[in-house]
Unconditional design. Structure first.
Length: 530
């Protein structure tokens, strides 16, 4: 199959086909009509063994395909609602490990962005380290010193990375559409939608100015929280391709021996990390979604320092209340309540068999809660809960999937610092206080009041929108004045139906009878106007 587009694009697809075929995935390439004569020939001459496990085959292929595909695989590892659990777990092993960009390229990006030399009397910096302290697929970080003597960390995007990623995204979208066409039995995976979601995420990571804005928001959220620091953004030296922040000295949170030697209390660090994480989740509804150990440092005074805000998650208050309600039901092992929470939130269809759903939740959760308290993993609980989604047509919540991925990492960090550490128990005072304020009688009343205000606002806008639709209907009536009566009646009746349907979307479910009477009257008035 020769694909429409440039020769370079076809060569890239040919390379992808080669890698799929040499990693035990030749059947996929053949079924998708990807250069299949070549695949058949390749199969005859292939000598190196391939892993038997599907997850390992996919992981090794993605590693060979480069940074964009590795990041795609890392995102897929969170989609346990789509992939078999063993495949998702294998994809979690994907490493974003690439060599650093040559210093000449880094200098070129910075000088082009700010139209100034990198160093010197008239330069941007008094000093700039040639060797990066960290390098990833999209950007790398160098330490530097501003002309005023401030120590800073400078994150520089790799040159041409945007063009590379866009080219790979175009191919990924093509492959997703081919997969959807030639594997109809797997259309539930929604491959094109998954790729589109990934494209939004990775394009967001490309914009370092947006990351700077995220950092500022986190700094504001933690301004009055002790023990947490976010490096200050230096906006004069920040743009889409370069991000400059203050440099805060610290030790990576996974260097336990060094932290102990410095006199830090590891259990206290666990508690502080767990508390700040749940503060982001419940209090702010805005969380750092890439909290691996390389992005968490411990300052000399014991403060937790967060860096790299390229990926963030957002949770509306409604989602936070659902999450708290659901976790509380599970922790109390009230599986009927857990099932009802999902139903009330609208995450499963209203016709779901509640008893069967309760049994399914009990089946996946009981093995977790039969362990000692210190070994209970909330991240694992979310993981197994998502595993029942296909069976009950549960609506996927991308932000909760992102939260689960982040929680896995945080639990790993905590247990590396202190064996048997349980982040839920460590953060219990903060979470309990939040639940009392938002899940108790007063919180429930505030939630109902908030919902009522939102509905009243929608209803307040309804008359203006109805008038606009009536005016459109009048215009249509004038256009058909010379037409046949039956055509006019049909069009007017259609307009009434459309308007009534629109208004029905604005109706709160709690007010069906008055709303129904209003819509019936509205339809009769429209017919009378005709």
């Amino acid at each position: 199959m020769f694909l429409p587009g440039s020769i370079r694009r076809n060569l890239r697809v040919l390379k992808i086909t080669h890698i799929l075929a040499t990693h035990g995935l030749a059947a996929v390439a053949v079924r998708m009509r990807l250069f299949y004569p070549y695949v058949w020939i390749l199969q005859w001459f292939r000598k190196e063994p391939v892993p038997r496990e599907l997850g390992a085959q996919i992981r090794k292929a993605l590693e060979k395909l480069g940074p964009t595909f590795i990041k795609f695989g890392q995102m897929l590892s969170t989609r346990v609602d789509l992939l078999p659990l063993e495949v998702a777990l294998e994809l979690k092993r994907l490493q974003d490990d690439v060599p650093p960009e040559p210093f000449a390229h880094v200098r070129e990006v910075i000088e082009r962005s700010f139209k100034k030399p990198l160093v010197g009397e008239d330069g941007l910096f008094r000093h700039f380290d040639r060797e990066p302290v960290a390098a990833a697929s999209i950007a790398q970080v160098h330490f530097a010193e501003l002309q005023d003597g401030r120590a800073v960390a400078v994150k520089v995007r790799r040159p041409d990375i945007e063009r590379t990623i866009e080219a790979d995204l175009a191919i990924l979208k093509l492959l997703a559409s081919l997969f959807d066409r030639y594997f109809p039995e797997y259309r539930r995976l929604k491959a094109p939608e998954v790729v589109e979601e990934f494209a939004v995420t990775i394009r967001g990571e490309l914009n370092l100015r947006a990351e700077a804005a995220h950092a500022c928001r986190f700094a504001d959220n933690f301004a009055h929280v002790e023990g947490v620091r976010v490096p200050e953004v230096v906006w004069d030296y920040t743009c889409r391709e370069v991000l400059t922040t203050e440099r805060i000295s610290g030790t990576s949170i996974d260097e336990k021996a060094e932290l102990v030697a410095q006199g830090h209390d590891c259990l206290r660090l666990c508690e502080r990390t767990a508390t700040l994480f749940f503060h982001m989740v419940f209090v702010d509804g805005y969380f750092h979604a890439d909290m691996h150990p390389g992005n968490i440092f411990v300052a000399d005074n014991g403060d937790i320092v967060l860096v790299d805000f390229g990926i963030v998650g957002r949770l509306e208050m409604r989602t936070r209340r659902y999450l708290a309600d659901m976790l509380l039901a599970f922790l109390q092992q009230d599986y009927l309540r857990a099932a009802k929470v999902h139903l009330d939130a609208g995450y499963v269809p209203p016709d779901t068999d509640l008893s069967a759903f309760e049994d399914a939740l009990r089946e996946v959760a009981m093995p977790i809660f039969n362990r000692p308290l210190g070994e209970i993993s909330i991240a694992e609980l979310l993981l197994v809960m998502f595993s029942v989604t296909e069976r009950f047509k549960m609506e996927t919540q991308p932000q909760l999937l992102l939260l689960q991925k982040t929680m896995v990492v945080i639990e790993g960090v905590a247990r590396e610092l202190a064996d048997q550490a349980n982040i839920w128990m460590l953060a219990r005072p903060l979470v309990s206080d939040w639940m009392q304020r938002h899940m108790g009688p007063r919180g429930r009343a505030e939630a109902l009041a908030e919902d009522a205000r939102r509905q009243l606002h929608r209803w307040a806008e309804l008359p203006d929108r109805i008038v606009a639709l009536l005016e459109q209907q009048d215009q249509r009536n004038k256009q058909i004045e010379e037409g046949t009566p039956w055509a006019a009646s049909l069009l007017i009746g259609g307009g009434a139906a459309m308007l009534s349907a629109y208004a029905a979307q604005q109706v709160p479910a709690q007010w069906p009878l008055p709303a129904g009477a209003f819509l019936l009257t509205l339809g009769l008035l429209l017919l009378k106007r005709g």
